[in-house]
Unconditional design. Structure first.
Lengths: 374, 374
């Protein structure tokens, strides 16, 4: 019998270095998840993502309820077996994707009715159905079903949206069927309004869930506003529970959020950038399609030990992207995945040694190198 | 100092089991090449193709002269380093692709002028330039520059096309700069006209090249005509030199051609099919997009030991193709590559044990299973 656990091993000011145990093993925090929206990490084999250091994957209720359906995944033995990911899996509740992808949405107290983005078929998502789907998928960490508040938003609208999400969180708690080693996370909302964020934190506190999502950030408010919001919200969350900043972000966002006490992150950036030609390096990002790389025998990042940097020159990657060859996205996604996972590993080490401040300063100084010198 | 060598270890009627040594190692024959047209095997990492058993890759003069250019590949250390393929490499001469892909072609005694398929830029390929490009690429096996005769074609046109290719082969021999462990193969032409094929074989004999391509087959003439042509041509080729049937083919084509004395094959089929959803199995091909696979927990082929079959159900592959996820082509290309390489391994074993006839009969019986039973 495995309990869902979060052990904190060391702290460095507000930052923490810990380990989460679920029904499917452990993952070290702060962590960055492998984005496996439709039960696949785009452009990289599960083994390769694990070799890069990913221990936790995130899949999506909205996408999977449509195709192949939660019932089919359950009949095939659950998501871990279906997608060859024996490790822990978070499932997003579908709230964000219903808002951003589907058509003809109608939101009511009960939930959301909508038409699917890919074929226009009609569906309904409610807090109860989202819990049921995530259960069928055999998720380790289930996210509460919430309304994703748009940005910018007037305060009264942000308030009513957040309060709807808090009522839905209560229904999620009632509908969630706890199994060994699984968890339900509530999601803090309230846009950039501090009093709403604190009201949301208090509402979640009352539900005593297993961890916290922090939602509705990195949606256009800017890094300063995001950091300020974290500085207000984090102290209002119980320190013994993991904090997951949803959909974030750029490497510099992550460094700053870890300094402000965040434990878990997910973002499409390393995989999506890998498909469009943007590579992450210790000197900042670069676009491999740029003509200046076409005869460059150097790897993407001379400091990087990943299989792509060990074998492919910038000239070769440039060639693959110019010719629209699949191997370009595969190799660049592999590198970007390593870059993010390596950043998390270094952040964990820095916290362990009480050196997060100096690590962060050195990382950011390198990461902001003049683009012409990358 | 490495010589280009072809050692024949065993024969079974007309079939042979051997080994070719080049500047970049050895490959066992009969063999199937990894198709790396633009210096990348579509949908599979070089390491994974090697793990499947591929020892020889084929790249293309036409594609690489356009992008990134042969001069750039040479400046970057040659094709082996550029594409991370330390093993042997064959380069096709560009003749076939000029005919099938480029625009505004003009063929003269001197060579071919044309405009590139991707940007309309003007280029010229001659036997001498093709040899120079393949040298710059650092090819182990250089193919003579030939005209690809269309099919069907009247005999007089087939004759003049073949004779032009033979004059070009003579110019290729003069222009080819032999380095240790490299080879120049001539290409037998003559469409389905036996007397032309024999005239071509005689012309190549006079040039005493290192091996034979057999070109202009699998272009619409049908398997019977192809096998009949092989039965006439092969006895006219010196047995101590390797025979390479270019662009072939389906598994049943390969089995029949090995029985008729062919040593080397290349075809886009396993990789191209891998991208379109066609999987090769011991019971024949199947289309994974078909709805009958959507709840099927079985692997593609229960007899297959490849990483895809060890981990992915048909239902999962179906889901990936339905959602147009990159991992679908990656997993199916991996399987198809294993299928082809495993077939070659079994053919080599069968020849070694003098059991090719019974192996071929059993393979074909299985491969022609009723599609509903696959």
């Amino acid at each position: 019998m495995t309990a869902f656990l979060f052990d904190i091993f060391s702290t460095d000011k507000t930052a923490r270095r810990g380990r989460v145990t679920t029904a499917h093993g452990v993952f070290e925090t702060p962590c960055f998840m492998a984005t496996a929206t439709a039960a696949t990490i785009k452009g990289i084999l599960p083994d390769a993502a694990r070799a890069a250091g990913a221990e936790l994957a995130i899949c999506n209720t909205y996408h999977l309820m449509l195709r192949p359906t939660a019932e089919r995944v359950a009949a095939l033995g659950g998501l871990h077996k279906f997608m060859d990911w024996p490790g822990s899996i978070v499932t997003d509740s579908g709230g964000f994707q219903v808002m951003s992808l589907s058509k003809l949405r109608k939101i009511s107290e009960k939930g959301v009715t909508f038409r699917a983005h890919h074929d226009g078929s009609a569906h309904e998502l409610t807090p109860e159905r989202s819990m049921q789907i995530q259960h069928l998928l055999d998720s380790d960490i289930t996210m509460a079903f919430d309304e994703c508040t748009p940005f910018p938003v007037p305060q009264d609208q942000a308030a009513s949206s957040m309060r709807l999400s808090m009522r839905w969180a209560e229904r999620c708690k009632k509908a969630f069927v706890k199994r060994d080693g699984t968890a339900l996370f509530g999601i803090n909302q309230g846009s950039v309004y501090v009093d709403l964020r604190l009201e949301s934190a208090q509402a979640l506190e009352a539900l005593d869930l297993d961890g916290y999502g922090i939602g509705g950030l990195a949606v256009g408010e800017g890094q300063d506003a995001m950091f300020r919001t974290l500085e207000e919200v984090v102290p209002a969350l119980k320190p013994e529970k993991p904090r997951y900043l949803m959909g974030v972000g750029r490497p510099d966002d992550i460094v700053g959020a870890v300094q402000r006490g965040v434990d878990m992150f997910d973002c499409v950036m390393p995989t999506r950038s890998g498909r469009t030609g943007q590579g992450f390096t210790s000197r900042g990002t670069l676009n491999i399609r740029n003509a200046r790389h076409q005869e460059d025998p150097r790897p993407l990042d001379e400091k990087c030990p990943c299989p792509t940097c060990a074998r492919a020159s910038r000239a070769y990657l440039h060639h693959l992207f110019r010719c629209e060859e699949m191997l370009g996205p595969i190799l660049l996604t592999t590198h970007n995945t390593h870059f993010y996972q390596n950043l998390m590993k270094e952040l964990r080490e820095a916290i362990k040694h009480g050196a997060l401040g100096s690590y962060a300063a050195a990382f950011l100084a390198g990461y902001q190198t003049d683009p012409a010198e990358r």
